[in-house]
Write a protein that binds this ligand. Structure first.
Ligand SMILES: *Cc1c(COP(=O)(O)O)cnc(C)c1O
Length: 403
């Protein structure tokens, strides 16, 4: 099955890659479900999945077949024509997201650019000349100019000024700060937050998801758009198809990417309610928006998620993993936060080196975010035996580290 020969990698040659990534000294040549393999066949349990991307696991046979068949049939024609797979993918995505209008993008940042454009146009339609969007501290929305300006992390912005204006920053979870902003800024048009801050350390607001309900209420009261960045929390990750579905509210604008394509780069910006009809012909676009190939992949993934009850599995295995970690690490002074299979274990000290220890000594791929939070983003179709394997390795890793 692995009969593709890679071109020999010449590591003695100078690299021509822009050095923007801090890479680990390892590469994988193959994946299968919840596991990754190096050239020499060493198996690693993947609890990162390409940063919440490959939710259905690596080399999924149904997705691989859909990709191969579509690639051999028709990859792309442009949006100058009808794209039946795009229409079908949008129907599926509308069904699981509860949204009405969908624009396919190619990444999370691009989806968020779409949301920011919708907010601004929404404002201009009402005669607001300088529309402003409320965003949160410790948020992450991407690396393009508008999305890095919306991001609440100085390190992401440093060196790239002047930033895009029109963002008002408030502490995440602080509803009074939003009310206060409303008094000081008559030109606010939208609130844009992540339901759970992923890069920020797997954080919900202190009041939990009721923060989202409070935001919804304020948006209704002031005629603002409620916009959620579900680039990371979407597509079943938190045990609901979208994290907002843990609540009774629906946002006006919803963005996603990561798990939407299981590794194929595709995202979406979606609207319902007040968000509908804001962008019209000529307002937005992208050459690659909803290619036949990308759309068929999205369709195939949602279909698989539905038929195999993947979201329910994420909820169930996630709850089990969190409960086991809390029990088995009860003496360790750690805090375990989990929603489905988006899990953070906050340690009492910085723990960035755990990434290397987990990989080299425990053959497990994990991530550390916000300095001291072990972040787990395993496959959504993880089985019981893999969940137990993950728990066993993690408990040993953390106990040894904190001993
Ligand atoms: C990853 C991420 C993004 C950026 O997505 P890209 O595909 O890397 O552009 C935006 N928002 C959130 C919440 C993310 O986790």
């Amino acid at each position: 099955m692995n009969n593709i020969t890679l071109a020999p990698v010449q590591t003695d040659q100078p690299s021509h890659l822009m050095p923007v990534f801090g890479r680990q000294p390892i590469s994988f040549v193959r994946g299968q479900g919840a596991y990754l393999y190096t050239e020499d066949g060493t198996e690693y349990l993947d609890a990162l999945t390409g940063i919440a991307v490959c939710g259905l696991g690596h080399a999924h046979p149904v997705i691989a077949e859909a990709i191969a068949e579509q690639a051999a049939t028709l990859i792309h024609t442009s949006n100058l024509f009808e794209v039946p797979w795009q229409t079908a993918a949008a129907q599926k995505l509308a069904e699981v997201s509860g949204m009405e209008e969908i624009f396919f993008s190619n990444s999370g940042a691009e989806s968020n650019e779409g949301a920011i454009k919708i907010a601004r146009k929404f404002g201009h339609m009402q005669g607001v000349a300088t529309p402003k969007i409320i965003v949160a501290e410790h948020s992450f929305h991407g690396r393009t100019m508008a999305t890095l300006s919306a991001t609440g992390n100085k390190k992401v912005q440093e060196g790239f000024g002047p930033l895009v204006e029109g963002f008002i920053r408030v502490p995440f979870g602080d509803i009074e700060a939003i009310q206060e902003a409303a008094i000081n800024h008559p030109d606010i048009v939208a609130v844009f937050v992540e339901p759970i801050q992923g890069e920020g350390g797997v954080n919900t607001a202190p009041q939990g998801f009721s923060y989202l309900e409070e935001i919804r209420q304020l948006c209704n009261q002031h005629n603002w758009l409620m916009m959620l960045d579900e680039v990371q929390t979407g597509n079943g990750r938190t045990g609901k198809y979208f994290a907002y579905q843990h609540t009774n509210i629906v946002p006006d604008v919803l963005t996603t990417a990561k798990g939407l394509g299981n590794g194929f780069p595709i995202g979406a910006v979606m609207t319902q309610g007040r968000g509908v009809g804001v962008l019209t012909a000529g307002n937005h676009g992208s050459t690659y928006s909803g290619t036949a190939l990308g759309s068929r992949i999205v369709y195939t993934i949602i279909d698989l998620m539905q038929k195999e009850n993947i979201v329910a599995n994420a909820a169930e295995k996630g709850a089990y993993i969190v409960e086991q970690l809390r029990t088995q690490l009860a003496e360790q002074n750690v805090t375990v936060r989990g929603f489905g299979l988006m899990i953070g274990i906050e340690l009492p000290k910085p723990c960035g080196e755990l990434v290397n220890i987990a990989r080299d000594e425990y053959k497990m791929i994990i991530n550390v975010t916000a300095g001291n939070v072990v972040r787990l983003l395993p496959t959504l179709n993880i089985n019981q035996q893999q969940a137990d394997q993950l728990i066993e390795r993690l408990v040993k890793l953390i106990k040894t580290y904190l001993a």
